[in-house]
Design a protein around this ligand. Structure first.
Ligand SMILES: Nc1ncnc2c1ncn2[C@@H]1O[C@H](COP(=O)(O)OP(=O)(O)O)[C@@H](O)[C@H]1O
Ligand code: SF4
Ligand SMILES: [Mg+2]
Length: 332
C-alpha cells in the first residue's frame, strides 16, 4: 500500500535554480527506502520539504505534490501541517545533540509528546516514556529517564532521539544520515534498531545516506539522486545487482568488496556539481565515461530499466545487464 507519494517535487533557491528537480518517489507501508547520493545531491532538502520544514526562507517548493495517505501536504494550512508533523511523519537527524533540548531530561521530552498528542496524564506519560526508552534499547530506562542529553553517549543520544520521534507514533520516519557520526559498531546497532522498528511497528522509513553499504544492509528499495535529480530507483537487490545508471554503478564500485563493489580503493572521479553551475542535459555528463553529445544537450527521462517496471533509470545509454557470474555476491 502506498503511504507516501512524492510527484515531481521541485525546490528552488532565491535565483530560481532547481536544487531538487521533479523528484518522484513512492514509499510503501512497512518499507525502508534508501535515499542515496553524494553530499549536495538534494536528499535533505527533499525530505525537509516532506516535513514542510525547508531550511531558509529563500528556498521554496515551486511545484509537485507530496501525498501522505492521499492528503497533499503542500496544500494544507500551517495549522493542519503542525498537527501532522511529528504525529504522522517524523524525522531524526545526524546530530541528535542539536535536535534534543539540552535543558530538558530525555524523559520530559518524550512525555511532553505523549501529553500533547495523546492527552496522557503525567504518570502515564512517564510510564510510556520508560517503555519507549526500553523499546529503543536503552538499558536501565527508569533511571535514564531523568538524564539530560549530555549525559548520554552519541549512540544513546541517537536512540533517545528515535524514542522522541516514536513517542508520536508516526507512520513514516525520515532518518537523515542517522549513523554518519557514529562508530561502526554503534552504526550497526542503530541500523538494526531501525529494521526492528519496521518489523515490530510496521513503520515506513526513508533512510538518507551517502553510504551505499548502509543501504545494502538495511533497505528494501533504493532511490539514487544526483545534482537534485533522481537518476535510478528500484528494488534493492535488483538495483545493486543490475545498476543501469553509470552513476549508480560508480557508487557501487566505490564500495568495499563485502558490499558488492570491486574491493579496490576507488573514488568516483570528479566532483559533484554545484547548483550555480549545474551542467546542461544530464547533470552527470562531465563525470560520465559514456557521455555523448546527446547527454550534454538533452535531459534523460526516467524510464523502465529492466522488465520489472519498478526499476527506473534516467540515462540515454543505460549500462548493459551484468550476468550473475560477473555480479558475484548476492546482496541481502
Ligand atoms: N539553507 C539553504 N540555502 C540555500 N541552499 C541550500 C540550503 N540548504 C541546502 N542548500 C543547497 O541545496 C542543495 C542540496 O542540499 P542538501 O539537500 O542539503 O543535500 P544532501 O542532503 O544530499 O547533502 C545543495 O546545493 C546545497 O548547497
Ligand atoms: S545520460 Fe549520458 S551522461 Fe548521463 S549517465 Fe547516461 S550516459 Fe552518462
Ligand atoms: Mg543532507
Amino acid at each position: 500500500m502506498t503511504l507516501l507519494q512524492v510527484a515531481d517535487l521541485t525546490i528552488v533557491d532565491a535565483q530560481g535554480i532547481a536544487l531538487v528537480d521533479r523528484l518522484s518517489l513512492t514509499l510503501n507501508a512497512g518499507d525502508i527506502l534508501g535515499l542515496v547520493g553524494e553530499s549536495g545531491s538534494g536528499k535533505t532538502l527533499s525530505c525537509r520539504a516532506m516535513m514542510r520544514l525547508l531550511p531558509g526562507e529563500k528556498l521554496k517548493v515551486s511545484g509537485g505534490e507530496i501525498r501522505l495517505n492521499g492528503v497533499d501536504l503542500l496544500s494544507l494550512s500551517d495549522k493542519r501541517m503542525t498537527a501532522i508533523r511529528g504525529r504522522e511523519i517524523g524525522m531524526i537527524f545526524q546530530n541528535p545533540a542539536s535536535h534534543l533540548n539540552p535543558v530538558m531530561t530525555i524523559g520530559q521530552q518524550i512525555a511532553e509528546s505523549r501529553r500533547l498528542h495523546f492527552a496522557a496524564n503525567r504518570r502515564e506519560a512517564r510510564q510510556q516514556a520508560e517503555a519507549l526508552l526500553r523499546q529503543v534499547g536503552i538499558p536501565d530506562p527508569q533511571r535514564r529517564l531523568d538524564n539530560y542529553p549530555h549525559e548520554f553517549s552519541g549512540g544513546m543520544r541517537q536512540r533517545a532521539m528515535i524514542a522522541v520521534a516514536l513517542a508520536c507514533e508516526p507512520k513514516v520516519l525520515i532518518a537523515d544520515e542517522p549513523t554518519t557520526a557514529l562508530d561502526v559498531t554503534v552504526q550497526m546497532q542503530i541500523l538494526r534498531l531501525l529494521g526492528e522498528l519496521r518489523d515490530r511497528l510496521g513503520i515506513a522509513i526513508i533512510l538518507i545516506t551517502h553510504d551505499l553499504g548502509v543501504v545494502a544492509q538495511t533497505c528494501d528499495r533504493i532511490a539514487v539522486m544526483y545534482g537534485g535529480r533522481l537518476c535510478e530507483t528500484g528494488d534493492k537487490r535488483q538495483l545493486l545487482a543490475q545498476a543501469q545508471h553509470p552513476y549508480t554503478r560508480g557508487l557501487i564500485d566505490c564500495q568495499p568488496a563485502s558490499e558488492g563493489g570491486s574491493g579496490r580503493l576507488v573514488t568516483l572521479p570528479g566532483q559533484p556539481p554545484v547548483a550555480a553551475h549545474f551542467p546542461t542535459g544530464c547533470r552527470f555528463h562531465p563525470r560520465c565515461a559514456s557521455a555523448t553529445r546527446q547527454c550534454q544537450q538533452v535531459q534523460p527521462a526516467m524510464q523502465s530499466a529492466t522488465p520489472t517496471c519498478s526499476h527506473l533509470t534516467a540515462c540515454h545509454h543505460p549500462l548493459p545487464m551484468r550476468s550473475p557470474a560477473i555480479t558475484g555476491r548476492e546482496h541481502d
